[in-house]
Design a protein around this ligand. Structure first.
Ligand SMILES: [Zn+2]
Length: 381
């Protein structure tokens, strides 16, 4: 049950900077500006207090798939990520038959209505066969606006993002349609040139799906999508910071060029996140997870990650050497703004949901609160 708490003594990461020994007051499900007299004080000295994480792109966890699991299984996956600090998650699908995806949208939209997930991200089927990654080639199709429309209708207002290869026939019209309906058009699994990418951004695309992965590399005569996506102020770039998908120098390059306000750390997690090695299905494709790296059984493409956002943050600060406030913004404020929910989540400010994460001095997760309730009780030993 949500109660009142004063969280005191931590190094608190606020939108305005880091406050040593700051106080965050929780009243019911929200952060409050002032506390009632008798509210118990939780002493978080020696710890960090940061906003709950917001994951824009996530296919599952805890052995459960957002793309094929039952509602119960989806909730298990959501819970697994909450245990790792992700208090807001968008459920991502992978390429499938159109009617299967429409059905999926129906199930996920109910969970969104109940507040269990923040919405739906369709990754595919409108992606490039040249950059298909872990998507079924025979089910890929060109982005026909009428079909894009069917998917977002099936999601009953809960579609948040569609990843598409905008250079394909119908790509630009589909971007326009998505923008008109308030759905994020994300450029990804793409073989676009620099010029084609600029055209898609001008048409209304605002996100780069896992920048660097599943797109042409940056070339000095063929700068491709990466240069166009990094240089344009209108684009937020997703990064999978698991140590497998990106070299730390690529991550630094993205932060340097885009600036800390335009980066969103995502997990792109599949079922094995928070679960373990073994064999899994990603949509219709078989995946083997070994030492935490997911690869297709056939061909060996990387097939999503087993990342959780607490690890992405720890890595960003302790391995990549990012400033704490920049790493935290990439996990909270930036994705929350993109989703249009920054008035509710994404920072530790009065009036917002009491979604927060406690970390020790080494950035290991020690507590998670969602809407005023501890999901992971603070372990402060
Ligand atoms: Zn994905």
């Amino acid at each position: 049950m949500a109660t009142s708490n004063v969280l005191a003594g931590a190094r608190v990461v606020l939108p305005t900077g880091i406050v040593d020994g700051g106080r965050v007051i929780v009243e019911g499900t929200r952060i409050a500006g002032a506390s009632s007299e008798d509210a118990p004080v939780v002493d978080l000295s020696g710890h960090w207090l940061v906003p709950g994480f917001v994951d824009l792109h996530n296919h599952g966890g805890g052995g459960a798939s957002f793309t094929s699991g039952t509602a119960e299984e989806v909730l298990r996956g959501v819970h697994t990520h909450r245990l790792h600090g992700t208090t807001t998650v968008v459920a991502s699908t992978v390429t499938g038959e159109m009617d299967v995806l429409a059905q999926r949208a129906g199930l996920l939209s109910e969970l969104a209505e109940q507040g269990d997930i923040a919405g739906i991200h369709f990754e595919g089927p409108f992606i490039s066969p040249c950059r298909k990654g872990a998507h079924s080639e025979e089910l890929l199709r060109d982005p026909d606006p009428a079909e894009v429309r069917k998917l977002i209708d099936a999601a009953r207002g809960r579609a948040k993002m569609v990843t598409l290869a905008t250079e394909l026939p119908g790509g630009i019209d589909s971007v326009r349609l998505l923008a008109e309906h308030g759905v994020i058009a994300a450029i990804g699994h793409t073989d676009a040139t620099y010029e084609q990418t600029v055209e898609a951004i001008d048409a209304g695309a605002t996100v780069a799906t896992h920048l660097f992965n599943a797109m042409p590399a940056l070339g000095h005569r063929t700068p491709g999508p990466i240069a166009a996506l990094l240089e344009d102020e209108r684009i937020t770039v997703e990064l999978i910071n698991d140590g497998t998908h990106l070299h730390p120098a690529a991550l630094q390059l993205a932060f340097h060029h885009a600036g800390a306000g335009r980066v969103a750390f995502i997990t792109d997690a599949m079922d094995a996140a928070g679960f373990g090695d073994g064999r899994y299905l990603l949509g219709p494709l078989e995946v083997e997870v070994s030492e935490g790296v997911a690869r297709l059984m056939e061909g060996g493409s990387i097939a999503g990650s087993t990342l959780t956002l607490d690890r992405a943050l720890k890595r960003a600060v302790t391995v990549d050497g990012l400033p704490v406030e920049d790493a935290v913004a990439a996990l909270s404020a930036n994705p929350a703004r993109l989703l249009g929910v920054y008035d509710q989540v994404g920072s530790l400010e009065p009036g917002k949901d009491a979604d927060l994460v406690v970390l020790d001095a080494e950035f290991t997760l020690k507590g998670v609160m969602r809407k005023g309730e501890w999901v992971v009780d603070p372990q402060l030993g």
